[in-house]
Design a protein around this ligand. Structure first.
Ligand code: MN
Length: 487
């Protein structure tokens, strides 16, 4: 992506003032990344510009786009965060800082290649920890998408590693944020690298099938279209084709491709929720519905906020067709998910919400609970009981890092000694001082979210009784008490 292309893209969505800011961010990034190259041989700056382009495409607010342009400057050049803050303001600096922290902590995570559940869990927790502002995660998703789109330039080994991580961590994250379009893009790309032969085979199978059913489907589509027009229902209809990866997953659960009813679905988009139900009724009057395949995700949205009516019908010629019926706003939210709540034209979405077009609009802090669900689901590797982890994993907890980038969640108000005992009881016992974010601090300095904490130990140091006032976790207190008894 080049500067001119990006500006052209931006010119449609942002004010003149915002575009001026964007130009200075682009110039800044070009200057800072000067001389750096990507594996493809292209100038490095093409990457952050492409990431910004993706964020514009997703309709994000200007601060997020600026942070996209700048997202690698602190990590990969000598740029400091205060510089970013001076030039582009606090919000942009906050976002860049979040993205940088993810990268830094990750480079400290060893053994990523083995993909033990613990690693996956750690990465997810990490994303959530720094994702104090969900836009940090959205930027990481855009970053990952562009890296997947340019994966051909890396070694096979790296391709596999990155593709697997994309499938295990980033695609589920996108799903939990209801960013359906991104999820599918990530899954298709990752799958095409992980199982190239299977990917090509299924693509052919799909093409074959679609060729056969297209004509039959055209008939159904025509009939429904005509009927809705007769009933004066304003609507748009299009076909949605199942992704190769979701076909692959489905095929592992059923015996044959003939048992999959939603290879193609017809999607009908109408004005409001009430009309969705009317359309459902009309379709059921025209064809025989498969009763156990009627889903009302409008009354009961999926946990990620997805809303739509689904039904599968059987035509007179025994053809099976799935319909998805929803409003334009529900459709937009299904495609862009949480990204939709940071729209450059926020007014529009708020209006839609007020008019009741969408029920599951993330309120101010609703994204926090969305993220909690991500953690729960991914860490358990299945559709988990969301309620459980939600409360105890993240209720009043902060995340701190070891100097190596390992992540520890601590209760809010914890002291450095709590952290030391958390690492190891011997580290606690021998604690002689603490360095937080590179500076020496007193024992009674409470830890803050995002702190990097280093324990300075002395081999012959002994715990002291007054330390009992300087710990708040039960674990630290128990260990300390036991040690005090022994001395
Ligand atoms: Mn990047």
């Amino acid at each position: 992506m080049r500067k001119r292309e990006l500006m052209l893209l931006a010119s449609r969505s942002y004010t003149d003032e915002e575009q001026t800011e964007l130009i200075s961010a682009i110039n800044f990034a070009i200057e800072k990344h000067k001389g750096q190259k990507r594996k493809s041989g292209e100038a490095f700056v093409t990457h952050p510009l492409a990431v910004a382009g993706i964020l514009i495409d997703w309709g994000l607010d200007i601060d997020t786009v600026l942070a996209g342009v700048l997202h690698d400057t602190v990590e990969d050049t000598e740029t400091s965060l205060p510089t970013i803050e001076n030039l582009f303001g606090r919000d942009v600096a906050f976002l860049v800082d979040g993205v940088t922290k993810v990268s830094q902590a990750r480079s400290g995570m060893r053994d990523l290649s083995s993909y033990l559940p613990a690693t996956k869990d750690n990465l997810t927790k990490l994303l959530i920890a720094v994702g104090q502002d969900v836009r940090v995660i959205i930027i990481k998703l855009a970053d990952r998408l562009h890296n997947m789109q340019t994966l051909q330039h890396l070694s096979r080994e790296k391709q596999l590693k990155i593709a697997r991580e994309t499938l295990e961590v980033f695609a589920p994250l996108a799903d939990r944020l209801n960013m359906g379009r991104v999820r599918v893009q990530l899954e298709e790309l990752a799958f095409s690298y992980l199982e190239p032969k299977e990917f090509k085979r299924l693509q052919r199978v799909m093409k074959d099938r679609l060729g056969k059913s297209h004509r039959k489907l055209a008939r159904v589509r025509h009939d429904v279209d005509k009927k809705l027009t007769e009933e004066s229902i304003d609507h748009q209809m299009d076909g949605r084709i199942k992704s190769v990866y979701s076909l692959y997953k489905k095929l592992q659960k059923v015996d044959s491709i003939d048992d999959i009813y939603d290879l193609i679905a017809l999607r009908i988009i109408v004005e409001d929720a009430e009309t969705c139900y009317r359309v459902l009724g009309i379709i059921h009057a025209m064809y025989r519905p498969m009763v156990n395949r009627i889903k009302d995700y409008i009354a009961r949205p999926k946990p990620n906020g997805y809303q739509s009516l689904h039904t599968t019908i059987i035509t007179e010629n025994e053809q099976i067709v799935e319909f998805q019926i929803r409003t334009a706003t529900m459709h937009d939210y299904a495609e862009r998910g949480l990204a939709a709540s940071f729209h450059y034209n926020e007014q529009k979405l708020t209006d839609a919400y007020r008019k009741g077009h969408i029920a599951a609009m993330p309120a101010d802090l609703a994204w926090i609970s969305q993220l909690q669900e991500v953690a729960a689901q991914v860490s358990e590797g299945k559709d988990a009981d969301l309620e459980r982890l939600k409360v105890d994993l993240f209720g009043n907890r902060i995340f701190v890092y070891s100097p190596k980038g390992d992540l520890y969640d601590m209760p809010d108000g914890a002291f450095p000694l709590d952290y030391a005992y958390r690492i190891h009881s011997d580290i606690g016992r021998q604690a002689a001082g603490f360095r937080v974010n590179g500076k020496m601090v007193a024992f009674d300095r409470t830890l803050q979210h995002g702190d990097v904490v280093e324990v300075i130990t002395k081999r012959n140091a002994q715990p002291r009784p007054d330390w009992l006032e300087l710990v708040i976790t039960r674990h630290a207190r128990d260990k300390l008490r036991a040690q005090l008894k022994r001395t």
